[in-house]
Design a protein around this ligand. Structure first.
Ligand SMILES: Cc1cc2nc3c(=O)[nH]c(=O)nc-3n(C[C@H](O)[C@H](O)[C@H](O)COP(=O)(O)OP(=O)(O)OC[C@H]3O[C@@H](n4cnc5c(N)ncnc54)[C@H](O)[C@@H]3O)c2cc1C
Length: 348
């Protein structure tokens, strides 16, 4: 097949590699001069590297191996825990994507540093243009229920964080993060369901102060899709992948793993079935968990983090997994929270 791919983000660049490797005639288009222009936390969980041609060990782009998390609440440490088996890496996303594009070119993919315009001569068009892309939408694909939430990201310097740990501060509208980014540097940001840059910045600066972070970049904003994947991923000979298709875990904002997976399979006949079977349900449950979070009080959130086993919390946040009955029972001490949890996660 002659395949056009719109965008060399995680979804498009990975698609270019796998489609070219399977012998397709691949044309990858990227409108920006540099890759990974969109702000991102650059954290990738280990499972994602099952879908990529390149691996983190001894790579130039894997900056920190991470397997711990510290969770802060109202500027106090509430919980510190290992996240294994849910470990991963903080990466230099630009270097990571550049290497995937090089691998795709080595497989025969043709790469154009220009915006995609004309689909006429292609058998298949993969819309991997990220949150700004409207290509499939303009061709009639339904975007019913598609929703964004805002996030901000910057870089800074600090010698007050460990290089194996993700730092989070949770709020009733979302969370802030500080991730180690090589020697004495960090990637920081905040995201959530509140539409005010000032509110986000205000919370973020308080969190950065805890670790004496000296801001060394502009703080840039970008939205992330927060309502789960679209119900249809195909219209005619066009398929959507990654952010364009809403493939982001609503509760955490993580999207690279799902974009990489979708990119590796989207040119196959049974693409939709494969994606829905592997991640569709997880992302939809992540949406229910997010709805529950947004209906909790700050006290509820604190109680939840204190009560529920940390390994269960990690699975809820990262994998969109419902806590099992035994964990649920622990919430009986707070009957309102217990009934909200049952209603949101098990009865809806
Ligand atoms: C602030 C923030 C922090 C985040 N942190 C994390 C994190 O730590 N871990 C994680 O897993 N996820 C994170 N995410 C989500 C993650 O960044 C995205 O889910 C992921 O990048 C989606 O990949 P993609 O390939 O679908 O789209 P993108 O990464 O957006 O790539 C799309 C590409 O298409 C190009 N393009 C668009 N239109 C055209 C066109 N017409 N022609 C040619 N090219 C075009 C764009 O320039 C871009 O390069 C974060 C998101 C935000 C906003």
């Amino acid at each position: 097949m002659k395949i056009a791919i719109i965008g060399a983000g995680p979804a498009g660049s990975n698609c270019a590699y796998w489609a070219a490797k399977e012998g397709h005639d691949v044309y990858l288009f990227e409108k920006e001069k540099v890759l990974a222009n969109k702000p991102c936390g650059e954290a990738i969980f280990g499972e994602a590297f099952n879908f990529t041609p390149i691996k983190p060990n001894e790579s130039k782009w894997a900056l920190n191996y991470i397997y711990r998390a510290e969770i802060y609440f109202e500027n106090d440490l509430l919980l510190e825990t290992e996240t294994k088996p849910l470990d991963g890496y903080i990466v230099n996303k630009r270097a990571f994507l550049e290497e995937i594009v090089e691998e795709a070119k080595a497989q025969g993919a043709k790469y154009f540093r220009e915006a995609f315009v004309d689909e006429k001569s292609f058998d298949l068009v993969i819309d991997a243009g990220g949150y700004t892309s409207t290509f499939a939408r303009r061709k009639g694909l339904s975007y019913d229920g598609f929703k964004f939430s805002p996030a901000l990201r910057g870089y800074g310097k600090t010698d007050k964080i460990r290089d194996d740990t993700l730092y989070f501060q949770v709020y009733d509208f979302g969370y802030a993060w500080i991730f180690p980014y090589g020697e004495n540097f960090c990637n920081f940001g905040i995201g959530g369901h509140v539409n005010s840059r000032d509110v986000l910045l205000n919370h973020l600066f308080k969190f950065l102060k805890l670790f004496d972070v000296e801001v060394s970049s502009k703080i840039e904003g970008a939205p992330f899709p927060s309502n789960g994947p679209l119900s249809e991923l195909t219209i005619g000979n066009i398929r959507v992948v990654g952010d364009t298709a809403g493939m982001v875990m609503p509760i955490s904002g993580e999207g690279i793993r799902f974009a990489l997976y979708a990119g590796s399979i989207c040119f196959k006949e049974n693409y939709e079935k494969l994606f829905q079977a592997k991640y569709g349900e997880k992302l939809r449950t992540g949406k229910k968990i997010l709805d529950l979070w947004l209906h909790m009080t700050l006290e509820d959130i604190k109680e939840l983090i204190r009560t529920v086993d940390p390994s269960v919390l990690a699975k809820v946040f990262i994998e969109g997994e419902k806590p099992n009955a035994l964990e649920g029972i622990k919430l009986l001490r707070r009957p309102k929270l217990f009934s909200k949890t049952i209603k949101s996660l098990y009865l809806s």
